[in-house]
Design a protein around this ligand. Sequence first.
Ligand code: MEV
Length: 440
Amino acid sequence: MPEKKPINGFSKLNKQEKLEVVASYFEDSENALAELQTFWHNDPKKQKLFDEFSENTITNFFFPFGVAPNMLINGKKYMVPMVIEESSVVAAASSSAKFWADKGGFHAKIISTEKIGQVHFIWKGTPEKLKTHMPAIKKKLINGAKDITFRMEERGGGVLDIELIDMTYELENYYQLKATFETKDSMRANFINSSLEEFSSLLKSYFTENNDFVNGEKDCMVIMSILSNYTPNCLVEAFVECDIDELEQPGIDMNPEAFAWKFDKAVKIANVDTFRATTHNKGIFNGIDSVALATGNDFRAIEACGHTYAARSGKYRSLTKVSIKDGKFKYTLRIPLALGTVGGLTTLHPMAKRSLELLGNPNAEELMMIVAVTGLANNFGAIKSLVTKGIQQGHMKMHLFNILNHYDATEEEKKKAVVYFEDKKVSFQKISEFIKDFRS
Ligand code: MEV
């Protein structure tokens, strides 16, 4: 392919022009252009909505939208929407939902719901002097930002506290204001960031206007004001528990005690070994991200926060833990999840809106519990398979259709393959041989 010159002013082109530029990057430009267009929504109004979510949009990228039915949480049954491209994830969540349904289902509770924002600044005075001014600074900031915060206060949220953090031992003259917020059901980003920007200009004027400060002390250099995606005090706990005897599984050649013992060891390994912990937690995020995506929540923020939380002891560890006591098995996930059910994509994206509707229009706290439970369900399913029959048998069965699609298998070939592989190990090689034999 000939090397392309840098493009100037791409963002100023209209959609069709952008599409043509992009299509010119493919060997088969005409086909590529036509193919990209086949993923446009047939309702132009809906397509415009999607186009306007982001920038330089030329088409849509489809992901499957599936559901895990019968997810029993705190005695209430949910049909959980999951947007995910990986085979086995929805199946694992659904099978865990089924496994726990007759054992009391999943339980979940909210521990806390606090969000955090920071104003990072450089100031050339002593920490002691700044500390004496903090009560007055806090008052000025909270009162001065009322224009921004009053609506949130009407809904029961707002600024909870503003704290001075002396960071001068890490970086010369570096301080921060750490503000905590309650944002109720909203996607909090815009509210927190607007409040913080207001705080930063009020903070600067506090130094210039106050006569207690002289010379360089009058200058406060705000470096940045932004929310933190690490919200360790926006915590939810999800757990399952049952008598060890109830862990009996048909078709598994392992008694319930041995299963509980091996399960516990698998989780302990994820607690002490970072390589395993990463994969273990990834299995949790399979469930969490797919519900976050389905409900229009920011899964990057959720992942970043969860992984930081997993490393809070100074070492990256498992997010779940097992307790085996007095003949009882309990499996718990504790995770920070800052989610919203109003604002942002939650209401704008038609499918996110439908997902929330499917869940009975939960508030943010209820959604936190549903999402955490789905993460736990996925992880439980993964560990259950890993310590018994292994992951590949079930995974490859689910992957069968992807491999068959790779070979452009017809409906008839797919039907035959499902029957053929029912009692056989699935692998790319084996499917390739099956297709070759069938076609010859
Ligand atoms: C695959 O997406 C997730 C697993 O690797 C998780 C795990 O190993 O616990 C199966």
